[in-house]
Design a protein around this ligand. Structure first.
Ligand SMILES: [Zn+2]
Length: 370
């Protein structure tokens, strides 16, 4: 068993190294600390350099032997700019511990590191890999291929994103599709030659209403036109306009539906041309039968540890969206708390020991499946 003081002390060391995604030197310092901790436990480590980011770090148990085992997936970057630590230093008040990135997700990443550390010390010969990426908070542009490659080598993926709404873990996430729609019309003087103009803004205003109408809460589909730009001046019929569209899609089938609408967009005004670019950015993570079965097992472990484990589906994305189509994935296994991405970000100290124990059990469960 581990104690919450012991876990908090480890988390504190990680939180006090600031690691905003673009702060390459900061991320690198944290990578080195994590690597040193794991090396001291006898794990094998490998750095994967990432253009414009800190390194990604792969940690392997020494007895990986080609069996498809467990992949633990974490990120070391945060959304908090360098210097935030001065305004939100690590501190504990009652059951809450505060600090930049403590909830999303240094707390969960550390707790998993600790659980795997115990497994390494006990020499349980489980094929397990822990991947720490450095660019999750900006959409994992450089780590995605690595995440997918390691997911192919795994049977079970455990993602240490924060738990939510009373410790719930995540067994489904919506996918995200992003598009840019551009319209080209014809400019004209709005006073003397208005009739010669073809308004690109008017065209996209009509398209916007059409796309907006796709939102269907009952099916979990939302379509948001998040930006709208166009025009050059109030006295010119606008020849150019551009919107950015984001769809959150719960299933592959619904994602295909949205794609078909985007592929089929035709201008209302035949004198205006439209171009559509983009597509599915993160695939939907659906609660498959395999995921449901692993969740049942996790629930059983939690009740042995002494708490009730619940799950939920969320519209937010994580790297779990990349692994779920490849290997059975449980997400939201990190610490409970609140205020991710804010200056009051906090974890609940009382969640540390149970979460560590659950990860310890799940890693072993993954080993038995391998
Ligand atoms: Zn996160």
């Amino acid at each position: 068993m581990s104690t919450s003081e012991e876990l908090l002390e480890g988390i504190r060391a990680w939180v006090e190294i600031e690691s905003h995604t673009p702060d390459v030197a900061g991320v690198q310092r944290l990578v080195e600390l994590v690597e040193a901790e794991y090396r001291a436990l006898g794990a094998e480590t490998e750095h994967v350099p990432a253009e414009g980011h800190g390194d990604h770090l792969i940690v392997r148990a020494p007895w990986n032997d080609g069996r498809r085992g467990v992949l633990i997936l974490s990120h070391l970057d945060t959304v908090h700019p360098k210097g935030s630590l001065a305004d939100m230093p690590f501190r504990v008040e009652g059951d809450s511990a505060f600090g930049p990135g403590i909830y999303d997700m240094k707390g969960g990443a550390y707790v998993a590191r600790h659980a795997l550390g115990r497994i390494l010390k006990e020499e349980r010969e489980i094929p397990v890999t822990h991947l720490f990426v450095s660019d999750e908070e900006v959409g994992s542009p450089t780590s995605r291929p690595l995440i997918e490659k390691l997911a192919h080598e795994a049977d079970l993926v455990l993602v240490t994103e924060p738990a939510r709404e009373g410790g719930r873990i995540v067994t489904a996430r919506k996918g995200v599709a992003r598009y840019v729609v551009e319209a080209k019309g014809r400019p004209a003087h709005s006073g003397s030659r208005h009739e010669d103009g073809r308004s690109a803004i008017r065209e996209l205003a009509r398209q916007l209403l059409k796309l907006d109408a796709l939102t269907d809460y009952s099916r979990g589909l939302t379509v948001n036109v998040g930006t709208f730009n166009g025009g050059t001046g109030v006295n010119v019929v606008p020849a150019f306009a551009r919107i950015e569209v984001e769809a959150r899609v719960p299933t592959v089938a619904i994602s295909d539906e949205v794609q078909a609408v985007m592929d089929g967009l035709t201008p209302f005004d035949p004198d205006v041309s439209l171009t559509v670019t983009g597509g599915l950015n993160r695939p939907p993570y659906e609660k498959s039968e395999a995921i449901a079965a692993v969740f049942e097992a996790a629930k059983g472990f939690a009740s042995e540890i002494g708490f009730e484990l619940k799950d939920l589906a969320t519209g937010g994305c994580s790297d779990g969206n990349f692994t779920a189509p490849i290997a059975t994935t449980l997400d939201g296994l990190g610490v409970d708390g609140k205020g991710g991405h804010t200056d009051y970000e906090q974890l609940y100290v009382s969640s540390l020991v149970p979460r560590e124990a659950l990860l310890y059990r799940l890693i072993q469960y993954g080993g038995e499946r391998a």
